[in-house]
Write a protein that binds this ligand. Structure first.
Ligand code: MN
Ligand code: MN
Length: 317
């Protein structure tokens, strides 16, 4: 590591310097690292409008404005943890299987070195190899999945089994997910038929539609999560389309009527204390964004992930 714990980069103005996530050192040297930010600039498994390959770069750029101290959680994640920006996985735009192999290989060796991974997407298909890499280390995972869509379709475009609409069905088939602790939260919008939700439920997901979420309120949603996740190793996967397109327009398949930015910040903060072992934030597509609103939000949500990891470290000390 070339950085000291004091040298977090936030002493610089946001417009200064080269962009890594939170100005963390860009290195692939895992010695001493505790958390690696890993970009996955792949959008070849998108079903509608592509462009999420530019998500990691946009999120990194907007992370310059984070300043460093999380007032809501009372922690400075970049001072508490040795965070590195690992850079991006070398994806293959025209080959989803080769890309998944590259993600699994790269992320597995990071996870096996004892370093936590926060991945920046990229389309949601990347969650499958990310779950493979984590399940190899931790066993079947509790998964909190924020999304407008269940992403548990069997195939898309005929027989294609690997798209951004199928990763969680594949992950359940591969026994990467502990379905007793799998929650899909924020599901909404029209689908091709009743069967889409029924299929997700049949796979064992606890689906909290946006309608149910509004009835439960934030505390009620968090109780549902905690009752199921308990102390199991938790992977969080956050599709930015779980948030209303008024707050997050820069995404491939927007669905109206979602969570506000504030509600999502509060939901993540509410996961404080859970055994959070890794996560991703996917589907940020900057070419559909306005005034960077979506990538600003995404960088703040990743900051909440880092804050949760920092609190867990402090609790363990
Ligand atoms: Mn979605
Ligand atoms: Mn999704």
């Amino acid at each position: 590591m070339t950085t000291s714990s004091k040298d977090t980069g936030f002493e610089f103005q946001p417009y200064y310097g080269i962009c890594t996530f939170g100005r963390a050192p860009h290195t692939r040297d895992l010695a001493g690292a505790e958390v690696a930010i890993v970009g996955v600039p792949y959008d070849g498994a998108t079903s509608y409008r592509s462009g999420a390959r530019f998500g990691p770069r946009a999120i990194r750029e907007q992370s310059m404005l984070l300043w460093g101290y999380n007032n809501a959680l009372g922690v400075s994640p970049f001072k508490t943890l040795q965070v590195i920006d690992y850079g991006d996985v070398d994806v293959v735009p025209v080959d989803v299987l080769a890309t998944h192999t590259a993600i699994n290989d790269e992320v597995s060796q990071i996870v096996q070195a004892g370093v936590k991974v926060i991945a920046l997407g990229g389309d949601h298909s990347i969650a499958l190899p990310l779950l493979r890499a984590h399940a190899r280390q931790y066993g079947p995972l509790a998964v909190v999945h924020f999304d407008a869509h269940p992403d548990t379709w069997d195939t898309e475009f005929g027989e294609r089994k690997y798209s951004h609409g199928t990763p969680f069905r594949r992950a359940i088939e591969e026994k990467l997910i502990d379905t007793s602790a799998y929650l899909q939260i924020g599901i909404r919008g029209p689908t091709s038929g009743k069967q889409d939700y029924a299929d997700a439920l049949a796979l064992g997901a606890r689906m909290i539609t946006l309608d149910e979420a509004m009835g439960l309120g934030l505390a009620g949603i968090l109780k549902e999560i905690k009752d199921r996740v308990q102390d199991k190793p938790l992977y969080i996967t956050l599709d930015i389309d779980s948030i209303d397109p008024a707050f997050a327009p820069g995404t491939g398949t927007p669905e109206v009527g979602g969570f506000s930015s504030y509600q999502m910040l509060q939901l993540l903060r509410g996961l404080k204390g859970l055994n959070f072992v890794g996560g991703d934030l996917v589907e940020v597509s900057p070419s559909f964004d306005h005034s960077h609103i979506t990538s600003i939000l995404a960088s703040n949500l990743v900051f909440e992930y880092l804050s949760l990891l920092a609190l867990n470290k402090l609790k363990a000390e």
